[in-house]
Design a protein around this ligand. Structure first.
Ligand code: HDE
Length: 730
């Protein structure tokens, strides 16, 4: 499309190349404009169809009605077969230092270069309209619009995957999606077909540990790690290659919600993550991640006790540290969900010179799938011309035509070699930026098989479990007990117990207890049913060695960043007669540190403080719920406290906040409200600083002191120890 933007006509300055400027050419803004048909005819009446008389039949002649209804009839496209539910944002990426020793990718070689990105987060199993808080893996797909073309890092928030070979992907997805006879359950993995498949497929054991952990219940997309999962290659200008694993590290830390809370959020606000991302960006609290790489020299390919081509394995950070090489900031919400978020087409095969693939058999299959899926989803081969998918550099080749072609290719030649157009467009030498594949030596027989080096199915699952804090371990046990508890086929439950016993006997015993079952003795060679017709059981037996590392701190969320209350959502419960001075002091102090504070009152409109000042509540107890907040504060004020004490919703709010291990603060006078909760007996007897920070509850008259402690408690995120001895009522 010819540019309407005069800045772009002169081409090529760095700023002008940015994606935002490119997209502007396609943005339509109706402010002050006349209404027209799609063909530009001004419309006089958009309220009534053309009829034969006042009360007569509608005329087929009505081209305005027909155009409007026809377009409407075709508004939907197929949703993504996986990752259908997603939310996205624009941003920028900047590398910290020149990495040209490692890779010739230009966007990683110039710390002065700002590369536009578009990032889409998603759940995997649910459909487009499903809840954000399902227990699920999250997609973390980043499109870098570099000056050498698009690079897509299409990752997840977990560093490993369920299967080792692309051949199994349709089976996995059929098993996890709603069951085919009744289309239930929506977005959840807690059902027979999923666990049936998993219990026959021990290679999924490691990923199952991640999926049953708190990683599957992020507090926010902004508080998730991201992983490229596969081992890729970085290749420098000399043609030297290193293996690489990609990581995204969120600057706000990695945080989760409780499972009971997640289930409640799904009802109260199914758009919880979508809203959170949108609101943070609108408020200017731009989400940030550092890009990390683990670099493995070619010579070290066989140094590990697992195969680096196996996507069910991670490389522990203790063995290969993650170097933080750059920062990504998301700073702009899309203008239009469909045009941008829905039509974005990511592809793990979109790489730029300097980044290359490995033979990971899952990655190899993905290299086929992503273009193929866009052909059906976006309707033809020209989806690269959709504005959100266009690179910010010119595109020239001899590909032509197809549905919805936008480019008007001038000239007679659409082939090469050609003499009529002097061979234009020209191929590009490697030294001038032409893509060349890494010259990997391959000398092998053609076989359909799985490498024995992929058969250790349990040691990293065990490493993950052993690396968790006690509350995290309890959450995994609870998650498995819940999920398998929803499975109707007892044989599937039992088989899963045998799989869990290979990971950790204690874990299996706890889940077996919850299910009221015994752990069956299934020998290792009978656990794996994912084998070919002629395969011999012993050849496909899982291995289960001890593993080199007892623990890896980086796998636990317990030690994550806990130094900020930025963007945390805090509720202040208030009614008429509230101590307005204390309320404002706490609110102002929290907001000054970047928290989002909402006053919640029995009704909307106005709340009058004891100082006779008007406070406009953000929500009422009807519209708000504690699961939508990170912490809660109850100011004093005789009348307010009396009202709240009698307000069942306020007491419920506090009970739930306690149950979900959140920070709770109250003025001394508001103790009366806390006394109506079920947990008041559990309140720490003496409010030493240490007790307060351990328990996450502070009741103090001194507002300044209270604010200081409350902030530290909010930054700590959750007080999971409160769940002990796991007897918190609903
Ligand atoms: Fe995907 N995956 N995938 N996947 N994937 C898709 O492409 C596929 C895998 C991931 O926000 C689809 O455009 C196969 C691993 C993300 O638009 C499809 C295999 C990882 C997204 C597809 C995998 C991912 C997708 C569906 C096994 C993490 C959403 C719609 C061989 C590293 C991207 C689409 C977005 C989407 C195929 C495994 C991540 C069908 C065949 C492993 C984040 O092409």
């Amino acid at each position: 499309m010819a540019s309407k933007n005069p800045k772009l006509k002169n081409g090529a300055t760095k700023q002008e190349r940015t994606k935002t400027v490119q997209l502007e050419d396609f943005v339509a803004d109706a402010s002050g404009a006349s209404m027209t048909t799609n063909h530009g005819v001004k419309i006089n009446d958009d309220q009534n169809s053309l009829k034969a008389g006042d009360r007569g039949a509608t005329l087929l002649e009505d081209f305005i009605l027909r155009e409007k209804i026809t377009h409407f009839d075709h508004e939907r496209i197929p949703e993504r077969i996986v990752h259908a539910r997603g939310s996205a944002a624009h941003g920028v990426f900047k590398v910290y230092e020149d990495l040209s020793e490692l890779t010739r990718a230009a966007f990683l070689g110039d710390p002065g270069e700002e590369t536009p990105v578009f990032v889409r987060f998603s759940t995997v199993a649910g459909s487009r309209g499903s809840t954000d808080l399902a227990r699920d893996v999250r997609g973390f797909a980043v499109k870098f619009y570099t000056r050498e073309g698009n690079f897509d890092l299409v990752g997840n928030n977990m560093p490993v995957f369920f299967i080792q070979d692309a051949m199994k992907f349709p089976d996995l997805v059929h098993a996890v999606k709603p069951e085919p006879d009744n289309e239930m359950p929506q977005a959840a993995s807690a059902h027979d077909t999923f666990w049936d498949f998993i219990s026959q497929t021990p290679e999924s054991a490691h990923m199952i540990m991640w999926a049953m952990s708190d990683r599957a219940l992020p507090r926010s997309y902004r508080m998730m790690e991201g992983f490229g999962v596969h081992t890729f290659r970085l290749v420098n200008a000399k043609g030297e290659s290193n293996f690489v694993k990609f990581h995204w590290k969120p600057l706000l830390g990695v945080h989760a919600v409780a499972w009971d809370e997640a289930q409640n959020i799904s009802g109260k606000d199914p758009d919880f993550h979508r809203r959170d991302l949108w609101d943070a960006i609108e408020a200017g609290a731009f989400p940030e991640w550092e890009l990390g790489i683990q670099v493995i020299p070619e010579a070290d390919e066989f140094k590990f006790d697992f195969d680096i081509l196996d996507p069910t394995k991670l490389i522990p950070e203790e063995l290969v540290p993650v170097q933080r090489i750059g920062k990504m900031t998301l700073n702009r919400n899309p203008d239009n969900f469909f045009a941008e978020t829905e039509q974005a087409a990511f592809h793990v095969g979109h790489v730029v010179p300097g980044i290359d693939f490995t033979n990971d058999p899952l990655l190899q299959g993905r290299l086929f799938s992503y273009t193929d899926t866009q052909l059906i989803r976006l309707g033809g081969p020209n989806f690269h011309e959709i504005p959100i998918n266009r690179p910010v550099v010119p595109v020239h080749n001899n590909q032509r035509d197809g549905y919805m072609r936008q480019t008007i290719n001038r000239g007679k030649t659409s082939y090469g070699p050609n003499g009529l157009a002097a061979n234009d467009p020209q191929q590009v030498k490697e030294a001038d930026g032409g893509f060349t594949s890494y010259n990997e030596r391959i000398d092998a027989k053609k076989i359909r098989a799985r490498s024995r080096s992929f058969f250790d199915h349990f040691s990293q699952a065990r490493l993950f479990f052993n690396s968790q804090s006690d509350p995290e371990k309890n959450h995994i046990i609870d998650a498995l007990s819940f999920e398998l508890g929803k499975v109707k086929a007892v044989a599937v439950r039992e088989r899963m117990l045998a799989v869990l016993a290979q990971i950790d006997k204690g874990l299996a015993a706890e889940v077996a207890y919850a299910l009221g079952l015994h752990i069956p003795e299934i020998p290792l060679e009978e656990l794996n049913n994912s084998m070919p017709a002629d395969g011999k059981r012993e050849d496909y037996a899982s291995l289960n060695p001890e593993g080199d590392l007892p623990r890896s701190e980086a796998l636990s969320m317990a030690g994550t960043v806990k130094d900020s209350i930025k963007t945390r959502k805090i509720a202040i419960l208030a009614a008429d007669g509230v101590d307005g001075k204390a309320l404002s002091a706490v609110k102002d102090a929290l907001e000054a540190d970047g928290a989002v504070v909402h006053v919640i009152a029995p009704r909307l409109g106005e709340t009058i403080s004891q100082e006779n000042q008007k406070i406009v509540p953000d929500e009422s107890f009807l519209t708000a719920a504690s699961v939508l907040y990170d912490a809660v504060y109850v100011p004093g004020g005789t009348n307010s406290v009396a009202t709240l004490e009698a307000e069942a919703n306020a007491v419920h709010f506090l009970n739930e906040a306690f149950k979900h291990c959140k920070a709770i603060a109250a003025d001394d006078m508001a103790m009366q409200v806390l006394e109506s909760t079920y947990f008041h007996k559990k309140l720490p007897a003496e409010y030493s600083r240490e007790t307060v920070l351990r328990e996450g509850i502070v009741v103090l008259e001194d507002t300044a002191k209270l604010t200081d402690l409350f902030k530290q408690m909010i930054a700590a995120h959750r007080f999971w120890e409160r769940e002990n001895p796991r007897k918190i009522p609903a």
